[in-house]
Every structure is written in C-alpha cells, then in structure tokens.
Design a protein around this ligand. Structure first.
Ligand code: PA5
Length: 442
C-alpha cells in the first residue's frame, strides 16, 4: 500500500456513478485551482505547501522548545479552541496509550492537557486543582489572538503559574502561538517576553495542524513531528495532479456525487477508539469549510462498534439521507488473543485463539455489508497502521479533499463568516465595549 487505499465500490449505484463520472472535469479544475491559487479564498492556501515547504529550522526550533517544556514540566496545558486545538488533540489521542491519563507522569514526559476549548466552570476549576503544586507549562494558541474562550483560560492559568513559579520562571514556561503582528495575544506575548511561534497569515485555523499550532503540542507529547510531516508530504505529492490517481479528488468527487443524489449527511466511521478525536477534527474541517450559502454535507461521526449499539438502528433503517466513510487501520500495533475457556459459559470459544482485531475486522466487514444493503453508500479509506506517518497522510488527504470538495460544492471553503454570529450576541449580553447597541436590540 503506497499511501492510503480508497475504496468507493460500495458507495455508488449506477445513478451516483454517472454523477461521479460527470464531476471529473470540475474536480480536475478544482485540483488545479488549489495548486495555482486561482480559486475562491486563494489568500488562504498556505496549507497546500506546508509539508514540502516548512523549513528545517522551524522544525528544529519547535523540537527544541518542546524539549525544554518536556524537561521542566509534568503537565503542559494547550490552550486553544477550534482549529487551534482539534488537530493536536486528534493526533495526540490517536498516538497515545488509551489509559495515559491514569498513568503517573514520568520525568521528561509531561501529560498534555487542553483548556480554553470550552467555558465550563467546573472544567477549569478541576484543572486548576490538578495543577495545584505541580510543575506545569502553557502553550497558548490563538490565530486572531482575541478569542474569548482561550483568553479566559489563559488569564486564569497564567495567574496560577505566576503565583506558583514566580514571574520570571513563568515566562520560560509559557509559549504563545499566534499571528505575526496583530491581536491581543501578540501584544501580551511581546510585553511579557514569551517565546512565540507564528501562525502564517495564509493558513486558516482548521487547516493549521501542520504549523506550530499542532506541531508544538504534538512534539511536547513526545511524538515524531518529522514523520508526521513526511507522511503529509507523501500525500501532498500523491494529490498534486488532477486525475483518477488522486485519492483526494476521488473522495471529493464521490461525496459530491452522493450529495447531488440526496445524501446530505456524511458519517465518518472508525473501528478504533483512538480515532475519536480525529473525527472531531474532521467534523470541524468539513463543517466550517462547507456549511455555508445554504449548502453543505452535514459532517457527523460514530465510533464503532460502540455506537452500533446506540446509533446502529438509525443508520440501518432510518431516513436514507446518509452515507459513510470508514477510516480503517489495517494493522494494530500490538497483539491480543482471545483465550480458550474450559467451561465456555459465555459461548465464545469459537473465537478462542483469534486476535481481537480479527473480530473487529469482521465486525467492520459485516457492518459495511449490512449498511450498503440497507441503502447507505459506504466509502472506505484504509491506512497501514496508526502512526505519525499515516496520520500525516490522513490529515493532508482530508484537507486536500476538503478544498476540492468545497469548490465542487460552489462555496469558498476557506472562510467562516457564520462563526461570528454567536460571538456578537455573547459580547452584547456580557457588555463588551462596542457591542452596546446590539444588547439593546435583544
Ligand atoms: O478554523 C477556524 O478558523 C476556527 O475554528 C478557529 O480556529 C477558532 O475559532 C479559534 O480561533 P483563534 O485561533 O483565532 O483563537
């Protein structure tokens, strides 16, 4: 398997296939427009070349900063929301021990925690209680530098860190990732003298995991960011040219062919709990990129087989407006076999000696067949294993496909004007200066 394998056999009946074929010229053009920067939102195409164009020096600087935080902290809190959080969370969750939270931190290997991705009072209180008296550091990430959720978390945790470690030491333990010139976080970081990394102007939040936004937290968690980038670079090459060999184009074409055939909801499916947050990242990527102008496939996700026992009925027999994309991992990293039991009271001796993953793979196959039979088109994206390299491939694959798909849909995939609506209301309700007139109206 060279990069990923994409299988669309179970996704298309004759009518969908016809639409898929008809989309070829438009899809080819979309690929070219992403390469030559002639499509909508062309000011935000910096992500296209990140894998191949990120300087070695930046990678080395990130590794050095991560090393410093790893040596000096038992916990590192990454503060950010949306695109300034989900990419790092997705990769770290996919690569981490599922029970890492319950294992004691080892020296030089801090736990990476997240804050500023919600405004839960208990959440921040409990986080403070965990960090009380512990060696911790902060990576605060905000492209605009003005987002309320991370600003609140940063103010609270910065105060705590200064009180615990002293102002001078706290400066060494805080790193800011933000715009090069503008925003409150840039000003604050400059005044306080924090180390900073820049989020390039031409990379939007949800496309920023391969910038310091994702790379620094991932490196702090102890994962190999060079391998992640190498995997992404391989996918950059594989998706450079238009055509049937371009897996991102194939996926984008098929999901648009399905959308034009009345399938309005896409479920990203995994059979590996480590991919739960990868799906959360994917939902933001596609939701914010495509849901506008009254259009867009609704991105949803399920973790199987867990959710087969909650959502399975709906998927099998509910309204036929959905399709699925299964992300499948070929080889687990470890081996666990089901033991023989002399009494066989549970009746599962027929599975004795089999690997757990063998059962999981049959569950996947059986589910795909059942769903396809039940009128749910199913695509499948398979990676060899779950590691930095394949995650880099998957990230770039879905990003590229998102750009192509947005163009096929006829939207600008790189803006998010709708995100501002709730903020305006919240600011008015909280009495933020400049929003008084909105409050009077409400
Ligand atoms: O993709 C996006 O642009 C958004 O999800 C942002 O990442 C999110 O709103 C956070 O913004 P910021 O990084 O400016 O704090």
């Amino acid at each position: 398997m060279k990069t990923i394998d994409i299988n669309i056999q179970d996704a298309a009946d004759a009518a969908v296939k016809e639409k898929f074929d008809a989309l070829r010229p438009e899809a080819d053009e979309a690929v070219s427009r992403l390469e030559d920067g002639t499509g909508e939102g062309a000011d935000f195409l910096g992500w296209v070349k990140l894998p191949s164009a990120t300087p070695e020096k930046l990678m080395a600087d990130i590794s050095a900063t991560a090393g410093r935080l790893r040596r000096n902290c038992d916990f590192v809190v990454c503060i950010g929301i949306g695109g300034s959080y989900l990419g790092a969370k997705a990769v770290i969750s996919a690569l981490s021990d599922s029970f890492a939270d319950f294992r004691a931190p080892a020296p030089g290997s801090p736990k990476v925690l997240f804050a500023g991705q919600n405004i839960g009072e208990e959440y921040i209180h409990e986080l403070k209680s965990l960090l009380d008296g512990r060696r911790f550091g902060i990576i605060v990430i905000s492209k605009s530098g003005t987002t309320t959720e991370p600003a609140i978390a940063f103010r609270i945790l910065k105060d705590m860190l200064v009180a615990q470690a002293g102002a001078d030491k706290a400066k060494e333990l805080i790193v800011a990732v933000t715009d090069e010139k503008k925003g409150a976080l840039r000003t604050l970081a400059g005044q306080e003298g924090y180390e900073t990394y820049v989020i390039p102007d031409d990379v939007g939040g949800r496309f920023s995991v391969l910038t310091p936004v994702g790379l620094l937290p991932i490196a702090v968690a102890g994962f190999d960011i060079a391998r992640l980038m190498a995997g992404a670079a391989e996918m950059e090459r594989a998706t450079l040219r238009p055509g049937d060999d371009n897996p991102a184009e194939t996926y984008a074409r098929m999901r648009n062919a399905l959308y034009r055939s009345g399938k309005k909801i896409e479920l990203l499916v995994n059979f590996n709990p480590k991919l739960h947050f990868f799906s959360e990242w994917w939902k933001q990527l596609y939701g914010e990129s495509e849901g506008k102008d009254g259009k867009g496939i609704f991105p949803a996700s399920v973790d199987f087989t867990t959710d087969l026992h909650s959502m399975g009925q709906w998927i099998q027999q509910g309204e036929r407006s959905i399709f699925e994309t299964v992300v499948s991992v070929k080889e687990p990293a470890v081996t666990e076999r089901i033991p023989e039991d002399a009494q066989n009271l549970d009746g599962i001796n027929y599975l004795a000696g089999k690997r757990v993953d063998e059962v999981n793979k049959m569950a996947e196959l059986g589910t795909r067949m059942a769903h396809a039979d039940g009128g749910v088109p199913v695509m499948r994206v398979e990676v060899r294993s779950l590691d930095e390299h394949t995650l880099g491939q998957l990230i770039y694959f879905f990003e590229k496909a998102c750009g192509i798909s947005g163009y096929l849909l006829g939207v600008n995939p790189f803006d998010q004007p709708g995100v501002e609506a709730y903020k305006k209301n919240m600011f008015a309700l909280l009495g933020k200066p400049g929003y008084e007139s909105l409050h009077k109206k409400s």
